[in-house]
Ligand binder design. Structure first.
Ligand SMILES: N[C@@H](CCC(=O)N[C@@H](CS)C(=O)NCC(=O)O)C(=O)O
Length: 307
């Protein structure tokens, strides 16, 4: 079967971002062609936030006037629009959230504890603003022995997951693979010697890592942030999902709402509710730079409130 060609898909990202690597690899599995807009790795992001309404995390996915915040919903939307080859099966979404939260939270202090002195001051200040907590390389260095055991333990989950199948998602690579890979890639490119030690004796992880790397990123073409803003301005949002009448929030389409992440980077996004479902929140917003856009977030991991 010929791979789909989602040329309308724009990923706002930067090379070193692990969550972006998850989406890039997912696009590689799809054999997709896509557009790339490189964004700064610290604030301000003046050509990004007009699209998102204030959300500043990386990556952000854009298809015309539809803006997707968080890799969970990006991968789901890529699968919905370009279903072949299939990349979602079994407990993939639960594995995705484990990779995003538990394994990632072991990888971050492992990396920054070791790189400590080399981390630029502007990056430290930015990540303090992002997390609302001190970004303390000395504290992270003190935590490295514990985080090393945790990281290796998470990697051992991957090893176990590969015991009876070539990919975590089954016979074909899928969302579970892209999500778990993000952490191995992130640690491996930043602290290669430590990562090699922590993966020693996990032969399936090592073999799978080679195969993950070989999947590539699909066919990528660069574009400027200004061009992407122009595309949003010229487009109308696509048909949104149906609102779930049983939604526990009780909020109805048309209500003024605020959406924010429940972990870090909790900058509120304000708009009008279009649809809330068990898997997604869609709100409409107007911005002088981009006109009317629909902003989509996952449901799990995000707070929706009247506002
Ligand atoms: N749950 C989010 C997490 C995204 C995230 O933490 N991204 C990191 C970079 S990989 C980030 O936003 N860092 C701050 C920044 O890029 O400004 C997702 O899945 O997209």
């Amino acid at each position: 079967m010929t791979a789909p060609a989602p040329t309308d898909l724009i990923l706002h990202h930067y090379e070193t971002s692990p969550f972006s690597e998850k989406v890039r690899v997912h696009l590689g599995i799809k054999g997709a062609s896509w557009r790339s807009v490189l964004i700064p790795n610290i604030m301000p992001k003046p050509e990004l936030t007009p699209l998102t309404g204030g959300y500043r995390r990386t990556p952000v996915m854009q298809i015309g006037a539809d803006i997707y915040l968080d890799t969970q919903i990006m991968l789901a939307e890529i699968e919905r629009r370009w279903p072949s080859p299939r990349t979602v099966s079994g407990p993939d979404w639960a594995v995705n959230l484990w990779a995003d939260r538990l394994m990632f939270q072991a990888a971050v202090p492992l990396i920054f504890g070791e790189l400590g002195a080399h981390v630029p001051e502007a990056f430290i200040k930015d990540r303090e603003q992002l997390s609302g907590r001190p970004f303390d390389p000395a504290a992270m260095a003190a935590a490295v022995p514990y985080m090393a055991t945790q990281f290796r333990g998470h990697a051992a989950f991957i090893e176990a997951g590969l015991a009876d199948r070539p990919w975590l998602s089954g016979n074909r690579p899928g969302v579970a693979d892209a999500a778990a890979w993000m952490n191995i890639w992130f640690a491996g490119r930043n602290v290669p010697e430590t990562t090699a030690k922590l993966l020693a004796g996990l032969p399936r992880v090592l073999d799978w890592s080679e195969r993950m790397r070989a999947l590539g990123h699909g066919d990528r073409t660069e574009m400027t942030g200004a061009e992407a803003l122009g595309i949003a301005r010229a487009a109308e949002p696509a048909a949104a999902p149906d609102h779930d009448p049983a939604d526990p929030s009780g909020l109805q389409p048309g209500a003024a709402v605020v959406v924010m992440a429940d972990d870090y980077g909790r900058d509120p996004v304000r708009g009008v509710l279009v649809a809330a479902t068990p898997r997604s929140i869609t709100l409409a917003r107007e911005d002088a730079a981009v006109g009317r856009v629909h902003v989509h977030t996952p449901r799990v991991g995000y707070v929706l409130m009247a506002g």
